[in-house]
Design a protein around this ligand. Sequence first.
Ligand code: ADP
Length: 382
Amino acid sequence: MSVVSEGSSKRRALRGIAASAALVIGVFLLLLPFKEDLNTTEVALTLLLVVLLASTFFGSRAGLAASVAGILGFNFFFLPPFHTFTITGTENWTAFAAFVVTALVAGQLSGYAKRRAAESERQKREIEGLYDELRQAFDKASEAEALKRSEMLKTALLDAVTHDLRTPLTSIKASVTTLLDVPSKSEMDQAGQRELLEVIDEETDRLNEFVEGIVGIAKVESGALDLLRTPSSIQEIIEIAASRASRILRNRLVETDIPADLPQVFVDPVSIAEVFFTLLDNAAKYSKEGSLIRVRARQMADGIAVSVEDQGVGIPRPQRERVFDKFYRIKESEIHTTGSGLGLGLAIAKGIVESHGGGISVDDGDDGFRTKFTVTLPTEAV
Ligand code: ADP
């Protein structure tokens, strides 16, 4: 490969030299008939032009060939005594010397410029090649990553459907069948029937939760959240969320610290109450009975930051970003708690907060609290 390109570049150089020599000869043939009318400066300048053209188009070696041919011809035809390679007179010597120096320097300079241009063109092509290679590698990597993610999502969705759709349906079906199969009410005592009805009640709630979760995430993802943003009190939003979660919060102590003089947040209060419901629900779900949950609000430079902290099982650092992915659940937290869920709550919460121009993050809690979720909300239209 390199032998071939070396051979072809030599041939190209030889062709350049031949073309330059032909150019110089051509110019001499053109000038000679007008020898009487031309002075040495005019001839020297014309020859210089040829040297420049030769080195620009064919490279510095061709430029050198044109210079040498030009120098010889200039001396032979145009500097007295004519048709000899000798020169007489200071004036002619000066003209000759000036021509020699200018031709050589100009020829080499423009040849050098041509080489530099070729070099930078080659570097540009190399960089473009590298960039293409990198982009292809990057595309491939992100394709693989996207594929992996979509596979994980499919598995998670399948798990969720099996667990959250089929399990409640199976329980409901079994309870209803048992109730229907009882020939007369007397054969099953009231307490037994009530138990089965409670199973149906709980399991339909779970189904409802599942449908709500799926609809919620679909709304977030399709950008179909109907946000009615108004200046709202963060205190009232937290109260609404806490009262919705009152059943699960029954055995937890909730401490709130919301300064009365906080400015209002510019949000859709219903959606944001939903976000805090999810956070309070999780804080209770993943902590022990009797533990403390703390809600604090503070004014920041870019809005109001509200944190929800719990003393529960905590979230290992490596999983902290992923808990906001849809259908993502940490298996170990189930071992320590009875928390059941779809793994959609935080994904929906993130979608809602971000469509308000806010943010949500998770960290270690302060003062010995294990987990702290912080939501930042704008105080004016953004
Ligand atoms: P769900 O609670 O329905 O599983 P979420 O999206 O609300 O779904 O939460 C995703 C996962 O993040 C949970 O399954 C749980 O493992 C973890 N998680 C969320 N909040 C907490 C918390 N306060 N403490 C510990 N783990 C949590």
